[in-house]
Structures are given as C-alpha cells and as structure tokens.
Design a protein around this ligand. Structure first.
Ligand SMILES: Cc1cn([C@H]2C[C@H](O)[C@@H](COP(=O)(O)OP(=O)(O)O[C@H]3O[C@H](C)C(=O)[C@H](O)[C@H]3O)O2)c(=O)[nH]c1=O
Length: 180
C-alpha cells in the first residue's frame, strides 16, 4: 500500500497494491496490520455504503459527539472528495483538501476524527464505501454548508447541485461547532 500526504496534515491518501492478471485484478482493500503500521492505530467499528447520482453533494458532515475517523473508498464511479480541518488547535484550522477518488484509481482517503467530510459525484452515479472508527450518533451529527464563503472550497463547476434537506439547512462555518 502506498501512503501519500495531502495538503492537510494527518489526512492521507492510500493506494493499494493491485495484482493484475488475465482474469482481471485483485487488491486488499483493507488490512488492519498494514493500516496500523503505515497509517494510524485506530480500529473501525462500522462500514457504510451510499449510492448517489451525478451532481449529488453529501456534506460537509462530522459528528461532534463520537467523532468519527473515516476510511473512504469508491466502489463505482468518481467523486470529488473534500475534507476540512475543524480542530481549533490545528495550524490548518478551517483549511481544506480536495482529492478525486474513483473505482478506477482505487485511492482511499483516511480522515482522522476532527475533520468534516463531503463529496460531489462526478460520474453518472457513485457507490461510496467507508469504514468509521466510531458509531453513528444522530444527536451528534453536524453539517457545514458546502459553499461557505469563508471556507471557499473550489468545487468543480456544475449546472446543478443535489442536496439533502438536511444539507440545505447546513450551518455556515462561522456558526459551526469545532473540535478542541
Ligand atoms: C451516516 C449514517 C446515516 N444513517 C441513516 C440516517 C438517514 O436516515 C440515512 C441517510 O443519512 P444521511 O442523509 O446523513 O447520509 P449522508 O448524507 O450520506 O451522510 C454521510 O455523508 C458524509 C459524506 C459523511 O462523511 C458522513 O459519514 C455521513 O454524514 O441513513 C445511518 O443509519 N447510519 C449512519 O451512519
């Protein structure tokens, strides 16, 4: 597995080793020993999957109760994946990183607890699979507005953005709750 830094300290891109042959290919999508040795000592307790059609934007989400680390991968399609540093103590507080994750590049992103996460679907549809380091907390989930002017995230140009009702009501970054 190759591990590369992103523009945010602690947020890492993982590229698994692909074994190709005449039948197709094989790769280990997760190996706990390798993850602990090369990435982080966190363990995962929940797996999530979502399917979204083109122009769906899910995010920017985080849990203020039971903060979740996330290992995000794409099983089908392509997403523009965004992570925002919400740790007040971080030198990069309020900064973001964007990376293209796809079934084609097989890249995964490790998002430690302390960050908001979201993505825009670039393909006809995308199946996103992610492991989390803590359980879902409906009472603890929070949303920050995807196009907050203070964050100024450079989303790809698109004629349409499809948001959940929850995300349509997301808070501005300035009014959000942060991690210490
Ligand atoms: C996240 C979650 C949701 N749900 C239920 C709650 C709702 O009835 C339904 C859809 O939830 P929601 O609209 O919050 O799903 P997303 O908009 O994909 O939320 C996710 O999107 C961004 C990109 C993330 O990084 C978060 O992991 C997560 O917030 O699934 C559960 O039962 N368990 C869960 O862990």
């Amino acid at each position: 597995m190759q591990v590369t830094k992103t523009s945010l300290a602690d947020v890492l891109l993982l590229t698994p080793k692909i074994y190709k042959d005449a039948r197709g290919h094989f790769f280990e999508s997760f190996n706990q020993q390798e993850f602990h040795q090369q990435v982080s000592g966190f363990d995962f307790v929940q797996d999530n999957q979502s399917r979204s059609v083109k122009n769906v934007l899910r995010g920017l989400h985080y849990q203020i109760i039971q903060p979740q680390g996330k290992l995000v991968s794409v099983l089908h399609g392509e997403i523009y994946d965004v992570v925002v540093d919400l740790r007040r103590s971080s030198a990069q507080f309020g900064q973001w990183t964007a990376n293209i994750l796809s079934a084609e590049n097989r890249q995964q992103i490790w998002v430690p607890p302390g960050f908001a996460h979201g993505f825009l679907v670039m393909s006809e549809y995308a199946d996103v699979f992610y492991k989390t380091t803590d359980f879902y907390s409906p009472a603890g989930e929070r949303s920050i507005c995807w196009n907050d002017p203070q964050l100024a995230i450079n989303w790809p140009e698109t004629m349409q953005i499809i948001l959940s009702e929850k995300d349509q009501r997301a808070l501005p970054f300035s009014a959000a709750e942060y991690y210490d």
